[in-house]
Design a protein. Structure first.
Length: 156
């Protein structure tokens, strides 16, 4: 795997002997809707896989979102129940504004997504822990946590 920058650390733990219908294979070989028509305004969708800086990539207006200069890490894990977990982190390192405000290279976001197949759809249950920007502006380090439960359809 080619590392895009010295600040990106990809990590993979995964998949020995998976069949072609595994959750991982299905989720990484398709584009998934984001709640809108996939072709709207040039195209809008999510993709998942080890080729992306944090294991996932949003395309909007037909263009991939830009990769961050910040240090990142991600890992895919196949679970015993057939689900797949993607865990990714983005660190303050590489972002002077955030590093200076919180006084360290702390974790800016820590995301855990659990994927399962429901017929032709992909269930994505996420726990997203991210830095509290208001606290950061006061040079305090605090994180907020939110949960999401999304059912994504395949883009055709």
């Amino acid at each position: 795997m080619k590392i895009k920058s010295l600040l990106t650390i990809p990590v993979f733990a995964f998949l020995v002997g998976c069949g072609s219908d595994s959750t991982y294979d299905v989720m990484t070989s398709n584009k998934w809707d984001i709640g809108l028509d996939c072709g709207i305004n040039g195209g809008a969708w999510m993709e998942y896989g080890p080729q992306f800086q944090i294991g996932e990539k949003l395309t909007a207006g037909g263009k991939h979102t830009k990769d961050s200069d910040q240090k990142t890490w991600f890992e895919f894990t196949e679970n015993d129940d057939g689900t797949v977990t993607l865990r990714n982190k983005i660190y303050a390192e590489g972002n002077k504004l955030v590093s200076n405000a919180v006084g360290s290279d702390a974790t800016v976001s820590d995301v855990t997504r659990v994927f399962s197949l429901e017929g032709e759809k992909l269930r994505v249950k996420s726990t997203i822990k991210s830095i509290d920007l208001y606290a950061m502006l006061e040079s305090r380090l605090r994180h907020n946590t939110k949960k999401e439960n999304i059912l994504r359809g395949k883009c055709s």
